[in-house]
Design a protein around this ligand. Structure first.
Ligand code: URA
Length: 438
């Protein structure tokens, strides 16, 4: 077997065998197949696609290329490990609220999360807004915290699916990122390696998402569900709206404050709705509830009783964070400048381009232009007017939190250009489009 024959076979539309895929992945992880052949192979997959069986083999080979976590021995017998993954969006602080609510209902959540990528935020960056909080945990710490508290969120270890790291870096610079089998295998390989029995996927769809059309998001969701089924894992995907930012807060500190407000039952309605929908799916997959209704009742109780917020506080403390900042989120660091973006005329909000708001937040310093850029956790945007809202001329459509006046003015201009106002009423956007299961 050799790399060229495998590239040629895929180039000509052939279906690769499990041995060929495994040989190729093993070859590039161990340095036997050079980057240029890996890049060529990715391009053949981009053009020729893969069958579900090929994509599953690729996923499993990448999952097996590094550490594989088995968390069952840290948990009571019979516990179903349920993970959650978002395909990335703007204002997406869902994991913070969902994790605490689900854990407060008795289902342990042990997750590895990532940092922001391009215009999308990352869970680890958001949590690092809390002074002292750290994502760097030893395996022993991770297991102990999962057992004792039931909620852990750590950074990805460097040896989690290293084949995906190599392939992703090459895809990034060879125009081969937007390929369904390559995206699906990239996401699912990390979830399988992290040891989940069941996975709830939040597949974002719209202007602020990787998949801009419902057809694209549906195809990605179906493929990931199929990979899960073939790999013996239960996967449920919700396809959710990402045309406008989720909730009101975009930016690290602002999003942590909004997640805490949501755990107090005071979150923005669209965000509360999404959090509930994802958390319900997790409780059902984890067999903590027998029906949708029962799961919702448990989750509402966890919020109303204060247990969900208490779980979040315990989790923050266990990872070195300051509990005072959870009890008093207004004490988190604040940007020195706030500037409102005024509505240019009366009307109804017809659109608010999420990606533009995400990019404005990156430009403010809340995200990275280059991989190792430091970020300013304080900056961001609070969205006041969302699609469907009526506004009067001069009303603040949003408030920009900036490190200085010039950066703030630039963000205001960019966000004003991202708003579409019309004179006729516009309906609000739906939050969840579809549910995809095996
Ligand atoms: N997220 C991933 O982890 N991989 C992709 O290919 C795309 C999004």
């Amino acid at each position: 077997m050799n790399a060229v024959d495998i590239i040629v076979k895929k180039r000509d539309g052939g279906e690769l065998t499990a041995e060929e895929i495994t040989f190729f992945v093993h070859g590039f992880v161990h340095g036997d197949i050079p980057d240029y052949q890996v890049a060529a192979w990715a391009m053949t997959i981009y053009f020729q696609g893969m069958t579900d069986a090929e994509t599953t083999t690729l996923t499993q080979a990448m999952a097996a290329s590094g550490d594989q976590f088995g968390l069952h021995d840290s948990l009571p017998p019979g516990t179903i490990i349920v993970d959650k993954h978002s395909s990335g969006g703007v204002g997406d602080k869902t994991t913070l609220a969902v994790g605490a609510m689900v854990a407060a209902c008795g289902l342990p959540v042990g997750k590895m999360s990532g940092r922001g990528l391009s215009f999308t935020g990352g869970t680890i960056d958001k949590l690092e807004s809390i002074p002292g909080w750290s994502p760097n945990l030893s395996e022993a710490h991770f297991r102990r915290q999962l057992r004792d508290i039931g909620l852990v969120i750590a950074g990805q270890t460097s040896n989690l699916a290293p084949a995906d790291k190599t392939l992703y870096a090459l895809r990034d610079v060879t125009g081969t990122v937007p390929s369904l089998p390559l995206i699906a295998s990239s996401i699912m390989s990390k979830k399988l390696a992290a040891g989940a029995d069941a996975i709830v996927l939040d597949v974002k769809c719209g202007h602020g998402a990787f998949m801009e059309t419902l057809d694209g998001a549906r195809a990605l969701a179906r493929l990931m569900v199929a990979i899960g089924a073939r790999a013996g894992r239960q996967v449920v995907a919700l396809i959710t709206q990402m045309e406008q930012p989720l909730g009101r807060a975009v930016g690290n500190v602002l999003e942590v404050q909004e997640a805490i407000a949501t755990l107090r039952g005071e979150g923005p309605p669209d965000f509360q709705l999404l959090v509930m929908a994802l958390a319900v799916e997790m409780l059902l997959l984890g067999k903590q509830a027998h029906s949708h209704h029962e799961a919702e009742a448990q989750l509402s109780r966890a919020v109303q009783s204060g247990e969900a917020l208490a779980k979040f506080t315990q989790f923050v403390v266990a990872q070195g964070g300051d509990p005072h900042k959870v009890e008093h989120p207004d004490a988190l660091p604040r940007a020195p400048i706030t500037l409102a973006a005024p509505a240019p005329h009366d009307g109804y909000v017809e659109s608010l381009l999420a990606r533009e708001v995400g990019l404005a937040c990156v430009d403010l310093g809340g995200g990275r232009h280059k991989k190792d850029d430091p970020i300013d956790h304080r900056v961001g945007v609070m969205v006041n007017a969302k699609v469907g809202d009526a506004v009067k001329q001069g009303d603040p459509l949003c408030v920009v939190h900036a490190a200085d006046e010039a950066a703030g003015q630039a963000a205001v201009a960019r966000i004003l250009a991202a708003y579409g106002l019309r004179t006729d009423p516009t309906p609000p956007l739906p939050m969840v489009y579809e549910r995809v299961a095996a």
